[in-house]
Design a protein around this ligand. Structure first.
Ligand code: NAP
Length: 515
């Protein structure tokens, strides 16, 4: 296939009047579509269920975004049967055929970019400047994995003995259960499912209950792109009700999960138990983080403070890569903290549909309660430096950008909070800062601000995180540029958006012929 080389999808500048007008039109379009109902999609069937999931706007919980059907074990069983049957044909299609469908889906998303941004803003409470990056990431996944599949379609070279041909190539695995989180409701869902499908597998797609409507729109886009019925079932439902069933079922060949550590560990454990299936299930589990930015005593302090604030509060700290700890060398602690506090206090929090807003609410009532609980814990463990306010949750799940001064072993410095809460910690040397950074069960992203070459080289090898960034922000990994995934309890380090990702969805095969 003669494709142009891969390149990341550009963002949009919402300070440009014309772009902003387009965005406001998209908001109106989305508003006009709020409150609709979305059935399950299993093969050719569209199924309404007795139960439903009501998705609401976290900035205005009285506003219903949409209602989706809610699958039980019965519908999960149907989806697995359909995926099993469809696999026979889909797994025998060519890589080019599958890639063309993914590329067409990318084209549709590109044409509907503003509308998709609108859905992200309304359903996940993201400001447009974040939403545009996340919609672009979805497009990038489709474009990148299509090219990756074309690269891998004939396998990779191995040596052959004299008089023989050794071939090493990949074949599809089977039925993949794809379980997605709400924080990148289009991008991660698209990334995990498109990787599974472009490699020839069929998928049962279980989105997060908080963002099931965006997932329905994704399923529509895939259908419009020409994805044959049954290759991907859209199966919203409560993870607590049918998640175990999907994971344990013997028809499931692999599970691709992104979400919290506890859910990921449960899935890993359940999938490992033999349940009559003639294979060991594969689990790709990308989980939480407690990511830190280390600031050395010789760093560019203005840039460090700016990037701590950007990394801590982008999407209200609800990114697995968010800086939830700033570990500052004692010689620069006061200066950096002062700058970080000043910039944090200048952030505009409000309705993400309004221009000039830096951050909106947290995603839902549970998360609001959880973050509020951590604020209380943090105040007891250390000093509340700024923020710490919450609104009446009935009018929106807002938690103000907060900074806590704590010790490295404080609960708020160890556990993932997943909200706009930054723990600031003092270190007495660079080595001590790195030790503190590594001292959590997680290992997803990490940053170092330093001008000291020796220190950067130490961190290059000793920072125990899957994605380590020097002298820049630690969020916003780009597909094909910064393959993403974590160490330790952050997951299986499958490195989404990287060259090793697709082979994890296929079975490598060696075939040797002697002539
Ligand atoms: P979550 O609560 O673990 O949920 C993730 C998904 O798992 C949801 O679809 C959820 O369904 C489902 N689920 C819940 N219980 C299940 C079960 N027993 N079996 C199967 N599935 C089940 O996580 P979240 O709150 O949506 O997402 C935030 C978390 O994701 C954070 O920890 C964040 O760090 C992590 N994350 C990691 C990465 C990464 O690349 N490492 C990227 C993004 C986010 P329901 O919605 O119905 O509960």
């Amino acid at each position: 296939m003669g494709l142009l080389p891969y390149k990341n999808e550009p963002y949009l500048d919402f300070t440009d009047e014309e772009v902003r007008r387009g965005l406001d039109d998209a908001f109106k379009q989305v508003e006009g579509d709020l409150g609709k109902s979305y059935p399950l999609r299993i093969g050719e069937s569209r199924i309404d269920t007795d139960g439903e999931i009501v998705s609401v706007n976290p900035s205005k919980p009285s506003q219903v975004i949409g209602r989706t059907a809610s699958a039980t074990e019965r519908e999960a069983d149907m989806a697995l049967s359909t995926a099993t049957k469809t696999f026979e044909g889909w797994s025998r299609t060519t890589a080019e055929y599958r890639a063309r469908i993914m590329l067409r889906a990318a084209g549709i998303m590109r044409r509907r970019k503003l509308e998709l941004i609108g859905w992200e803003v309304y359903e996940s409470g993201k400001v447009p400047s974040e939403a545009v990056a996340h919609v672009a990431e979805a497009i990038d996944f489709l474009e990148y994995y299509s090219r990756e599949m074309l690269r891998l379609k004939d396998g990779v070279p191995v040596y052959s003995l004299p008089g023989e041909e050794s071939r090493y190539f990949y074949q599809p695995m089977g039925v993949g259960v794809v379980i997605a989180p709400w924080n990148f409701p289009l991008a991660i869902l698209t990334g995990m499912s498109s990787a599974a499908m472009v490699t020839g597998n069929t998928v049962v797609l279980k989105p997060s209950e908080s963002t099931s409507v965006i997932a329905a729109i994704y399923a529509d886009i895939m259908a419009e792109a020409g994805l044959p019925e049954g290759v991907m079932s859209y199966l919203p439902g409560y993870g607590s009700e049918m998640g175990d069933y999907l994971v344990s079922d013997p028809r499931t060949r692999f599970v691709s999960f992104t979400g919290s550590m506890n859910t990921g560990l449960r899935i890993n454990e359940l999938a490992a138990k033999p349940n009559g299936q003639p294979w060991i299930k594969k689990v790709l589990a990308e989980m939480g983080g407690k990511d830190a930015m280390v600031v050395d005593d010789d760093a560019d302090l203005d840039s460090a403070a700016r990037d701590i604030v950007l990394s801590a509060y982008g999407y209200g700290g609800q990114k697995c890569s968010a800086a939830s700890r700033a570990i500052l060398h004692e010689k620069v602690y006061d200066t950096v903290l002062e700058k970080v506090v000043e910039q944090t206090n200048n952030l505009n929090q409000g309705q993400p549909t309004e221009p000039g807003i830096d951050l909106g609410p947290v995603i839902n009532h549970d998360q609001f309660e959880k973050v509020s609980g951590y604020l209380e814990t943090g105040k007891g463990e250390g000093e509340l430096i700024t923020g710490g306010d919450t609104t009446d949750p009935e009018s929106g799940y807002f938690v103000s950008p907060t900074i806590l001064g704590v010790n490295p072993r404080a609960t708020v410095a160890q556990e993932e909070i997943f909200g706009p809460v930054l723990s600031v910690i003092k270190a007495n040397s660079f080595e001590n800062a790195l030790e503190i950074a590594n001292d959590t069960p997680y290992g997803l992203t990490g940053g170092v601000y330093s001008r000291n070459r020796e220190h950067l080289e130490i961190a290059r090898h000793e920072y125990q995180a899957g994605n380590v960034y020097f002298n820049r922000t630690i969020t916003g990994s780009l597909v094909g540029v910064q393959p993403f995934g974590g160490f330790g309890m952050s997951g299986t380090d499958s490195k989404a958006g990287g060259p090793d990702y697709l082979p994890q969805h296929m079975l490598p095969r060696t075939v040797v012929e002697r002539f």
